[in-house]
Ligand binder design. Structure first.
Ligand SMILES: NC(=O)c1ccc[n+]([C@@H]2O[C@H](COP(=O)([O-])OP(=O)(O)OC[C@H]3O[C@@H](n4cnc5c(N)ncnc54)[C@H](OP(=O)(O)O)[C@@H]3O)[C@@H](O)[C@H]2O)c1
Length: 212
């Protein structure tokens, strides 16, 4: 058993998650930020990769929420690179760092799950999260992590806000990076809703993991 997985991200109109220096840029409209706040309130856990922690240093909390109410924060970090002063390690929420069997790094304020050989084993991680009561998981990025989730058939719902700006740059991350599918293997989505949110558009998709 695994949690229901929603991927949420914001991209520019040219399909980038951030600029060429891979630092956070403003893409979401205020209306989209309010939507994401509500979305975070509804889920049991929020997950990002170490690339996002190192680039953006996010809190991954709901502003104004309490320790008990904030979702669990999960970071995928095979090599133990999460800095000791990272904001995801603050006292505002429970934090799990998922790493691999050989990584012996420990962090104050974080529980550690050592699962996988080279990289965190996502199937096992989702099973463990389900065992501790996580029924809904929000995966917020970045591109490498989203690739692993899509590749593994582990995404149920995909929400992407398209902000009205162009940033360009061949090294800028996109919602799904990684090695990519072969042409004939492209994952099918079912568009279920589109909403005008300020100066951008929110697209909501169901993921057809069975190829349908
Ligand atoms: N616009 C948005 O909505 C949004 C949201 C989030 C992030 N971003 C942007 O995305 C960029 C960061 O994305 P990123 O692709 O560089 O990094 P990322 O996806 O956040 O993290 C990738 C890293 O996670 C680790 N990892 C561990 N197990 C993994 C697994 N099973 N599958 C995949 N990765 C695993 C790997 O590093 P180790 O091997 O060292 O563990 C991998 O390199 C930043 O520029 C950030 O600003 C944008």
């Amino acid at each position: 058993m695994r949690p229901h997985v929603t991927v949420n991200c914001a991209m520019t109109a040219d399909g980038k998650l951030a600029g060429r220096r891979r630092k956070q840029v403003t893409i979401s409209s205020p209306e989209d930020l309010a939507r994401v706040k509500e979305l975070r309130k509804e889920v049991d856990a929020i997950l990002v990769g170490i690339g996002t922690v190192l680039s953006d240093d996010p809190h991954l909390t709901v502003k104004g929420s309490t320790l008990k109410k904030n979702p669990i924060r999960v970071v995928l970090d095979s090599r133990g690179r999460t800095p000791d002063d990272a904001r995801v390690l603050d006292a505002q929420a429970r934090t799990i760092i998922a790493t691999v069997e050989d990584c012996d790094k420990v962090w104050r304020n974080a529980e550690i799950l050592r699962i996988g050989k080279d990289r965190v084993d996502l199937d096992l991680l989702l099973t463990k999260l389900h065992e501790i009561g996580v029924r809904t998981l929000l995966v917020e990025g970045g591109g490498e992590v989203l690739w692993s989730f899509f590749k593994g058939g582990l995404v149920d719902h995909y929400s992407v806000f398209v902000g009205s700006r162009i940033i360009g740059g061949r090294t800028a991350p996109t919602p799904v990076d990684g090695e990519g599918f072969d042409d004939h293997e492209a994952l099918k989505l079912k568009l279920i809703e589109w909403v005008h949110l300020g100066d951008g558009v929110l697209l909501e998709y169901e993921v057809c993991n069975d190829g349908g």
